[in-house]
Design a protein around this ligand. Structure first.
Ligand code: GLA
Length: 370
């Protein structure tokens, strides 16, 4: 394994453990996790592999085959820069429970595609430390630790979806997660058996203001929940009544969150009934709601979705936080080419850089490799 060789040549010994954790796509349930709602992500075949050995002191030595092939030494957590913050954040959250470590990282999650490379990084390192130091954390506790690292150390106020998907998914399944109770269930998702594929369309555009807009959406949802007298928007049962009491952006945000939670449940109902092809309509509805009510899409995502549908996709939507990143399209096998051509042509007609197409199959969550 490449990462083990890199570890050996940098640190002069074999790693004590090697863990892999995947990125994710979200099938449906967008911007619902921090509203205590429902999500349905699945793990992708791309992820982060972390080779780790404990040290006798509190130093962290870290290398990445992608961005920093020579190890950097981090004696003080405050010194961590860039991607290293996601790793150091995990150590910071564990505090005195763990000493320092030597770590080599190898990742193949397409960067900036909105497929949660940061959650994969947190979960791979947290899983390795859990294993090395026999901390006894469940996969959900590993996910919660990763989210805390991201919220409290990196400073990104994300919900639990990405880390939970990375830690808990199983091959061939999506993960239905209730983000309030953290109750979860694997939902079999055998697209190939229905002659379908899930195509990830990476727009290769990521808008700079995404982080600020994300925090703003969260704050709007929290403010709306306060006005409605509920703990979280998950608790809104009378949508019409709620909308009467709100105005402007808050009204639109509530409309999205409440209907999106219903779409997650509807989609699970269709899967349970074996009506896999029919989920396309829910993907389309989710996209329109994210575009018009939640206002987190982008021209590149909208064109990817519209051109996919023109090319014959059964349904398509943006996936993840939005403002760039990736869309997903549900496509019959015999339409794959025409969908890709339609999207590529639409991008070329606008002189945008070509999008990237990645077929995603539901893959296993975090696991030990050696
Ligand atoms: C990002 C966050 C997740 C979730 C999605 C939107 O990926 O990390 O917690 O909020 O956006 O659904």
């Amino acid at each position: 394994m490449r990462v083990v060789e890199a570890f050996r040549s940098a640190f002069g010994a074999d790693p004590a453990t090697v863990w892999h954790a995947p990125g994710r796509v979200n099938l449906i349930g967008e911007h619902t996790d921090y509203n205590d709602g429902f999500v349905l992500p699945f793990a992708v075949p791309w992820g982060v592999t972390a080779a780790v050995s404990p040290r006798g002191d509190r130093t962290i030595r870290l290398l990445s085959l992608q961005s920093s092939p020579d190890p950097v030494t981090i004696a003080d957590p405050g010194d961590a820069q860039g991607w290293a913050r996601y790793v150091v954040g995990v150590f910071a959250m564990l505090g005195d429970q763990v000493p320092g470590a030597d770590i080599a990282i190898d990742g193949d999650v397409p960067q900036g595609a909105g497929l949660s490379s940061s959650a994969a990084l947190e979960v791979s390192v947290a899983s390795a430390l859990n294993d090395l130091h026999a901390l006894g954390m469940t996969p959900m506790e590993v996910a919660l630790l990763g989210r805390r690292a991201e919220n409290d150390f990196v400073g990104m106020p994300c919900g639990i979806m990405d880390q939970a998907a990375s830690a808990l998914c199983e091959e061939g399944c999506a993960l239905f997660l209730d983000c309030r109770s953290l109750g979860h269930r694997r939902v079999p998702l055998d697209l190939a058996a229905h002659g379908l594929r899930l195509l990830v369309i990476d727009t290769r555009v990521h808008h700079e203001h995404a982080g600020g807009e994300y925090s703003k959406r969260r704050a709007e949802c929290e403010s709306a929940a306060r006005k409605l007298g509920v703990a979280a928007l998950r608790d809104v049962t009378d949508l019409a009544g709620a909308l009467d009491r709100l105005q402007g952006a808050e009204r639109r945000r509530v409309m999205h969150v409440v209907t999106e939670n219903h779409r997650v449940e509807a989609l699970i109902g269709l899967l349970r009934a074996g009506a896999v092809t029919e989920i396309g309509a829910l993907l389309n509805a989710s996209h329109l709601s994210l575009r018009d009510q939640y206002e987190v899409s982008s021209p590149e995502l909208d064109v990817a979705v519209e051109a996919s549908l023109r090319g014959g996709a059964r349904g398509a939507r943006m996936t993840g936080g939005g403002f760039g990143g990736s869309a997903i399209a549900l496509v019959a096998e015999d339409r794959l080419e025409s969908v890709q051509r339609s999207v590529s042509d639409a991008y070329a007609a606008r002189s945008w850089q070509p999008p990237r197409f990645l077929p995603a199959v539901p893959s296993p969550g975090a696991r030990r490799l050696s």
